[in-house]
Structure formats: structure tokens, C-alpha cells
Design a protein around this ligand. Structure first.
Ligand code: SF4
Length: 326
């Protein structure tokens, strides 16, 4: 079966006073129907820009998709006009942002906002749209949904606002939901509830989820497949089992070593390790592998030649010179 979404050779760059910032630089990502794909990496690795490029939610200018295709259900989204993209947004691809207050309209009730989406995209009359909105708020476990539908965003707690955001993103039953660090702004206990809710909704509606996160623990809990990004590029891609059993790229290994392990006794517990250094500024990046300045295995080839993604096991690809055929 054809994938639901195929990102091919995507390059999204930003014009800055210091030069062109290559935030996303030749990214290929595939999402299959009904799966949860996690895109993981530190801040500044290009994962949010990749996600936002799908629906052209980046500020243009200074941002610009300079190359590549984003094929959704057989149609390239890159050349679409803003009104054509409006149809795709919400109806076919829902987006859940990190901080719902920035995407919910503070002067409209949550009911008005969700109902508006249903009226616009599904042509529902007001009465039916409001009834569906209450139904959605119940599904995302907002207590007393019939009354709370008339409340404004500021009258909800952070966790409840994120539930409202999920209800809004899912109202038109999209085939794909993109969730960009949806729990970052929340307390730890609420984070787990929101991830469970997202998983629950995914199963109920049969949609695919692209979950952007910097937390490997979240990846282990939620993903079926994982894409690891570093400095605007994909450096490893695998099923979640393959990635955790055989992490192959030194950056992925570093991310996994930085996860706290509660399953090991004190004798076997190794120290948590941070990855030294930081993500490079992506204006005129140095040739070769972008991870080289932080990599414990770097060799002269690494600073001369950029490694390309290659298959190292069925469904498992990485971009690193280690283990390459001579
Ligand atoms: Fe390290 Fe070289 Fe592999 Fe880059 S290509 S991750 S520098 S070993």
C-alpha cells in the first residue's frame, strides 16, 4: 500500500542577517497509514521545521521551502496555494502545537472554535457542529463538556487546554495528526495522560500520528517507527524495537545513553551521559558529517565526505561512515 505521506528531499531554509540557515537540508521521511512515527532529536535539529513545512506553517519569508516534495495521498502539497492548503489543514492533516494558548483564539469560546472548523470543513449547520463539539470534548475527557464548551481558553488549565487542542485537531477526523512536542509545557503526570489520550484517539480514529519529541522515553512508549534527526538531516531510521536494540548512529547511541534506567540494579546501572557540545549553527555548515565535532568515533573521512543514509538491516537505515564497505 502506498504511504500516507512521503517527504522527499525537503530543504527548508531561512534568510538571516548572517546568511542562509539550512534548517532542514535534504530530508526524506515516510509515514504509513495508521502508524505512530516519532521524529526525535535535540532542539535545533530541524524536526519542528520539518513538521511545520508539511502544512507550510513556517513564516514565509524568512523561511522558504527551496527544494523537495511533500506527497500526501498522492498529491504534492508544496505547490498548493494558501486556500488549497486551508482545505488540507484540519480536514486531512491536524496539527497539535506545543503551547495551545498560541494557537487557540483567546477571544472565542473553545466551542465556537471547534464548531467553526466543523462548519467550514464539513459543512455542518451550527446546531450539529456544536453537538459534535460537545461529543469531541467528552472524547478527550473534558469534565462537564456541555457547560465547558462555552468557556474561553484562559478558563482551562494547561493540561485541559491541550485536550481542547487535541479535540480541535481531531474534530474533522484527519488521516494524519502532527503533534509537535505536545507535552513540553505540561507537568510530568499530565504529560503521561496527554500521551495516553493521543494513543487512545489514534486507535479510535485509525489515524497516523507524527510525534515530534526530544525525549527518547516518549519514543519508547509511543512509536512504531522512529526517525532521528541531527542538524537538519535524518541520521537514523528504524522500527522502535530495532532502534533500541541496535542503535547504530553515534548520535542515537548518545540519546539512548542519556535516558534514565530504572530497570537496572545499582551494580549494573551506568552513569547517565550527556552528549558533549551542541548542535552546530546551520549557516555555511562545514563539509562532511555534521556530528563530527561531537563524535567519539570521528575520523578524517568524516570531515571530508558527508555520509549518506544506507540500509544496514531490513527497514533500518543510518548515515554514518562506521561499518561502510571499504
Ligand atoms: Fe561519527 Fe564519522 Fe559517523 Fe559522523 S560519520 S557519526 S563523525 S563516525
Amino acid at each position: 500500500m502506498a504511504p500516507l505521506l512521503e517527504i522527499k528531499g525537503l530543504k527548508t531554509h531561512f534568510a538571516t542577517d548572517d546568511g542562509i540557515l539550512q534548517a532542514v537540508d535534504g530530508v526524506d521521511i515516510t509515514i504509513n497509514r495508521g502508524e505512530t512515527l516519532c521524529v526525535v532529536g535535540e532542539s535545533g535539529c530541524g524536526k519542528t521545521v520539518t513538521a511545520m513545512s508539511i502544512l507550510q506553517l513556517i513564516a514565509m519569508p524568512p523561511g522558504r521551502i527551496v527544494e523537495g516534495q511533500i506527497i500526501f495521498e498522492g498529491r504534492d502539497l508544496v505547490p498548493l496555494t494558501s486556500s488549497e492548503l486551508d482545505e488540507v489543514r484540519a480536514k486531512e492533516i491536524g496539527f497539535i502545537f506545543q503551547e495551545p494558548m498560541t494557537s487557540l483564539n483567546p477571544v472565542l469560546t473553545v466551542g465556537e472554535q471547534i464548531a467553526e472548523s466543523l462548519r467550514r470543513h464539513e459543512g455542518l449547520p451550527q446546531k450539529h457542529a456544536l453537538a459534535r463539539t460537545v461529543e469531541m470534548l467528552k472524547l478527550v475527557q473534558i469534565p462537564n463538556a456541555e457547560a465547558r464548551v462555552h468557556d474561553y481558553p484562559h478558563q482551562f488549565s494547561g493540561g485541559m487546554r491541550q485536550r481542547v487542542m487535541i479535540a480541535m485537531a481531531l474534530a474533522c477526523k484527519p488521516k494524519l495528526v502532527i503533534a509537535d512536542e505536545p507535552t513540553t509545557a505540561l507537568d510530568v503526570t499530565i504529560q503521561a495522560q496527554i500521551l495516553d489520550l493521543l494513543q487512545d484517539m489514534k486507535e479510535r480514529f485509525g489515524m497516523a500520528v507524527m510525534l515530534i519529541t526530544h525525549a527518547m522515553g516518549v519514543v519508547a512508549e509511543t512509536a512504531q517507527r522512529v526517525v532521528v534527526m541531527y542538524a537538519g538531516k535524518v541520521v537514523e531510521e528504524a522500527t522502535v524495537d530495532s532502534l533500541f536494540e541496535h542503535p547504530s548512529h553515534p548520535y542515537t547511541q548518545g540519546l539512548i545513553r542519556s535516558i534514565p534506567r530504572i530497570d537496572l540494579d545499582s551494580e549494573h546501572k551506568s552513569r547517565l551521559e550527556a552528549i558533549g557540545g551542541s548542535v552546530p549553527i546551520l549557516i555555511n555548515p562545514a563539509p562532511g558529517c555534521r556530528f563530527a565535532p561531537r563524535c567519539r568515533y570521528a575520523m578524517s573521512l568524516c570531515t571530508e565526505t558527508e555520509p549518506v543514509l544506507r540500509e544496514i538491516a531490513p527497514g533500518h537505515r543510518m548515515a554514518c561512515h562506521l561499518g561502510e564497505a571499504p
